[in-house]
Design a protein around this ligand. Structure first.
Ligand SMILES: *[C@@H]1O[C@H](CO)[C@@H](O)[C@H](O)[C@H]1NC(C)=O
Ligand SMILES: *[C@@H]1O[C@H](CO)[C@@H](O)[C@H](O)[C@H]1NC(C)=O
Length: 353
């Protein structure tokens, strides 16, 4: 009898475990963001652009897929770790029963009118902001009613971002002051992301990963635009301090807001993804991740873009930056490992089916 009772207990325990596993075994991933997250929406909208051709995609896909890199992005490593298919770009059409990606290269979090109201020149901007991407998501739910099922959406994984980096990039490229960016743009981006998550919760979504920004002071494009010989201008890794401070400042404001959202929606699982921490870990010890050239772009250079006319490095796995602005697969891989396995592990990613 005692034996049987133990067996019962063990069985009950295993059932609990499997229920727990079951709830983390996502049927689908839905994603919103910008070029750090776009798996093809941009090139399905604009066919013949630089990124539609090799050497973009050369490392993993051996063809250009519309990813702004030589290979996989963080979302791809997450999908693979969870045993799910790579998340298809919504604008590429097809079946979205295992999820859809709405991220769009160049997208800002806030819409152009809001950015104009904050003093930015938005001439020539097309609106692919988070609000527009959520509109595409709702359009998908309307056209495939089975995807609108609240249980399905409640079991699915949602990545909201990275988005907002382009709000800051636009301000930086228009020489706005760092105070202006911190006081006006950061709160606007945080509000926009929070409101997007609220919209998704209303539709039934429950599991959220919300990335902050990478250490943007380590990006070759900014390192060459914002050079200085002032003492203490660079951190110990060789990155620009004030730009990395901006990423950290934004990350802490975003985390404050996520805490508020969690208290309003206690049944939602809302997790911050520390791209800053996981990225800084790579720049602190690049060789540990096989990266010998943390600040030299692999593709382009010497006046060439990464457009098939310029040089391409012999081994992209040794570089952190693909074309001077976007990371390589090697860098994304190292960041994703930090988010999946630790030390920046996101609990929502720790269980597989
Ligand atoms: C693509 O663009 C290049 C120049 O950027 C042009 O030479 C070529 O004809 C274009 N191809 C198509 C199919 O439009
Ligand atoms: C705004 O940007 C456009 C396109 O880049 C440029 O032509 C225009 O001169 C800019 N306007 C102002 C007021 O700076």
């Amino acid at each position: 009898m005692a034996f049987n009772a133990n067996l019962l207990l063990v069985t009950a325990f295993l059932c609990l475990l499997s229920v727990h596993h079951g709830s983390a075994c996502y049927p689908a991933i839905f994603s919103f963001g910008d070029s750090l997250q776009d798996t093809g929406n941009f090139i399905h909208t604009f066919a013949n652009t630089t990124i539609s051709k090799l050497p973009w995609g050369t490392t993993y896909f051996h063809k250009a897929t519309g990813r702004y890199s030589d290979g996989r992005l963080i979302i791809d490593f997450i999908a693979q770790a969870l045993g799910l298919p790579l998340v298809p770009p919504y604008r590429g059409g097809g079946s979205f029963s295992r999820g859809a990606n709405f991220a769009f290269g160049g997208a800002t979090a806030q819409n152009p009118n809001t950015l104009a109201g904050l003093g930015l020149n938005v001439t020539g901007f097309t609106d692919r902001s988070l609000f527009v991407q959520l509109g595409w998501f709702k359009e998908l739910l309307n056209s495939v009613p089975s995807l609108a099922d609240r249980t399905f959406l409640g079991n699915s994984l949602f990545m909201v971002g990275e988005i907002g980096g382009n709000d800051f990039n636009t301000a930086l490229s228009q020489s706005k002051s760092i105070e202006n960016i911190k006081n006006a743009l950061v709160p606007g981006v945080v509000r926009t992301i929070s409101s997007g998550i609220t919209t998704l919760i209303e539709l039934g979504a429950k599991n959220f990963i919300v990335p902050g920004n990478l250490p943007i002071g380590c990006i070759p494009a900014w390192l060459s635009k914002y050079k200085s010989s002032a003492p203490g201008y660079y951190d110990a890794n060789g990155c620009i301090k004030w730009l990395n401070d901006l990423s950290q400042f934004y990350g802490s404001r975003l985390q404050d807001e996520l805490k508020k959202l969690k208290s309003v929606h206690p049944t939602a699982n809302i997790y911050y993804a520390d791209y800053y921490g996981a990225g800084t870990r790579v720049f602190s010890n690049p060789k540990q991740f096989g990266i010998t050239e943390p600040f030299v772009a692999c593709c382009g250079g010497n006046g060439h873009g990464c457009d098939g006319t310029g040089p391409v490095c012999s081994n992209p796995l040794n570089h952190a930056s693909w074309e001077g602005f976007h990371p390589t697969e090697a860098f994304y891989h190292a960041v994703a490992d930090g988010l999946i396995g630790g030390p920046f592990a996101i609990p929502l990613l720790s269980q597989t089916c």
